[in-house]
Ligand binder design. Structure first.
Ligand SMILES: [Zn+2]
Length: 210
């Protein structure tokens, strides 16, 4: 019974850290209870439970008082995350037919339960690839990516991190014309996925590129 998406798992992670942080910084029962109630509310607004068992799985979150407990909790609930279905190399190649010498990432290196979108960078061409699913269909977009060595806000996950400029060309209304869209996004897409707890931001981002 996998009832969480990777994005929801990242969201739960954030909530769990909030609880741990509260126990670490406060001894006041009232404060602790207030944060517990807030976290409960946040979870209820983000996840839909079809069975009581699913809610029970998450109950230990309210008593996380140490880093070890946090780690254990996150490991325990990971089995309930529906992973991003690993695409095949053939599927990926089909997404980018113009890139004859498409360099693919090592797919076995990804943690699919923590992946909301798949991304990799080809240093040979300076292209960054982004692959995701929308209504079950695999989609891809790519652009040139320049590492800015700057810290900024990522358009996808909204975290403060090392970002680079992704430039995506889009066919214009007139034949042979192109427009370019630029966005600052995380250089490290694994960390970006880790911070992505609101998939709507990602969806808005890719839809703006199309
Ligand atoms: Zn990001």
């Amino acid at each position: 019974m996998q009832f969480m998406t990777p994005e929801q798992y990242q969201f739960i992670k954030k909530q769990a850290k909030k609880i741990l942080n509260t126990y670490t910084t406060s001894k006041d029962q009232k404060v602790i209870q207030a944060i517990q109630a807030l976290v409960q509310e946040e979870i209820d607004s983000k996840l839909t439970f079809s069975e009581i068992d699913q809610q029970l799985v998450l109950q230990p979150i309210f008593h996380i008082q140490s880093k070890d407990q946090l780690e254990k909790f996150l490991t325990d609930i990971k089995q309930y995350v529906e992973p991003f279905i690993q695409p095949t190399e053939a599927q990926l190649k089909k997404l980018f037919p113009k890139d004859k010498k498409l360099k693919l990432p090592k797919l076995e290196a990804f943690d699919w339960q923590e992946t909301s979108y798949l991304s990799w960078f080809d240093p040979g061409t300076n292209r960054k690839y982004i692959v995701y699913r929308e209504d079950g269909a695999l989609k891809g977009v790519r652009g040139t990516f320049s590492n800015s060595a700057k810290v900024g806000i990522c358009t996808v996950c909204n975290q403060h991190a090392k970002v680079g400029l992704l430039l995506v060309s889009k066919k214009g209304a007139d034949l042979g014309t192109y427009t370019k869209r630029g966005n600052y996004i995380c250089e490290d897409s694994e960390s970006c996925n880790g911070a992505l707890s609101d998939l709507e931001k990602f969806t808005n981002f890719v839809n703006n590129l199309m």
